[in-house]
Design a binder for this molecule. Sequence first.
Ligand code: HEC
Length: 109
Amino acid sequence: MFQRIFVMCCTLAASFFLFAGQATAADIAAGSQVFSQNCAACHINGGNLVNGAKTLKKADLEKYDMYSAEKIIAQVTNGKMAMPAFTGRLTATQIENVAAYVLDQADKW
Ligand code: HEC
């Protein structure tokens, strides 16, 4: 009896972790698509064709206090200077995903 319950709990726990792992990977993968369709025009390879100082590389993100999902989500949502706002064009989930992708890529570009 106890053995069966134990096995059931392990299965549940394992599927939970598997699912959580997949969710994170899917978000970044989905964010990558959002990025190539909406951001790459100005930020190809993590650069910045409009304002060359403000790339998406970790060093620049840190320099301009942008190295956090919250800050990136706010800027994509509201826009800033020459960067357009994406409210209405992207859903909140798409914006979260693209922010996760930018952070994941920041030290890989
Ligand atoms: C039309 C060109 C353009 C598009 C499209 C664009 N950006 Fe930007 N982006 C800019 C400009 C210009 C800046 C610098 C803004 C400023 O003056 O602070 C910037 C800055 C940023 C920064 C801060 C960089 C830093 O080092 O401070 C992030 C993060 C960012 N963009 C993410 C995105 C994401 C994600 C998308 C797609 C959803 C996107 N951008 C689409 C032009 C663009």
